[in-house]
Design a protein around this ligand. Sequence first.
Ligand code: C2E
Ligand code: CA
Ligand code: CA
Ligand code: CA
Length: 279
Amino acid sequence: AKAKSRGSISLFEPEMDQQIRDRRVLHQDLSVAIRNGELSLYYQPQATSGATVATSEVIGFEALARWQHPLRGFVSPADFIPLAEESGLIVEMGQWILREACREAASWPVPLQIAVNLSPAQFMHGDVVSLVHSILLETGLAPDRLELEITEGVLIEDFDRGLALLRRLKALGVRISMDDFGSGYSSLSYLQAFPFDKIKIDRAFVMNLGRNPQSAAIVRAVIDLGHGLEMSIVAEGVETQEQLSFLSEEGCDAVQGYFIGKPFPIGKYATLVGRSDGD
Ligand code: C2E
Ligand code: CA
Ligand code: CA
Ligand code: CA
């Protein structure tokens, strides 16, 4: 069925708009991607914000999904995650991602953190608490090593349900990060209402450090604010020494970005040692 659907589209549906056709094919392909082993996880290091990369210590990794399509090559998660959400495939895919990431982390001889992204549909529409609970049991990963990254979009939909879910997840012992902070409507009331352990400052602000003084002021303020709320702060998208220096001096707890290390397929733990900057 797979080969047929992939091969027959352009012959039988010539009148269809190319984009719609593309999406439909991509969707069919996505539904078999897991079974075909086309999905994999890359891992990007998070490190303490030292003055230099050499003095920044790796504290964990964020798992990032990759889809190697047999014909199209690499499809970005920014493209296929939304597609998986719309079609409901995200539930199965999210389970696979969480299990794979926890299994991987459980095999490391050093108890580093593992951060996994939860999409809104996965968070709000599946039974995310039992899923996390059963995967922790199944893989033997210590709950405090798992960090779940969610965006505010998740919580806007249903405040009460969001809060109840976060509390139940925290009761399992896992940590919760607010991803992409500052990129949406993130209001301060969210930080007050929800029990986040960590705030990830969106790449957009980090990118503009050194280019515009407003970004520096915002990043500084978010660090102070987060610390006042006893949350730890991670800056995303750190690409230069200049950015690292600023974040280090301002007391940002951790950094993530190409300057520290690109996402890479981790394989065995051996690759963790002395290799965190590319593939
Ligand atoms: P995100 O959670 O904000 O992940 C960070 C993205 O920034 C990743 O893109 C990462 O590769 C990229 N990045 C990291 N450092 C740098 C840097 O220094 N410079 C630049 N320009 N980019 C950097 P990626 O892997 O393409 O993922 C894009 C988005 O797709 C993620 O954004 C996340 O929202 C979503 N995503 C990825 N994997 C998963 C997953 O397993 N589940 C879910 N639900 N969403 C995922
Ligand atoms: Ca993330
Ligand atoms: Ca992010
Ligand atoms: Ca993002």
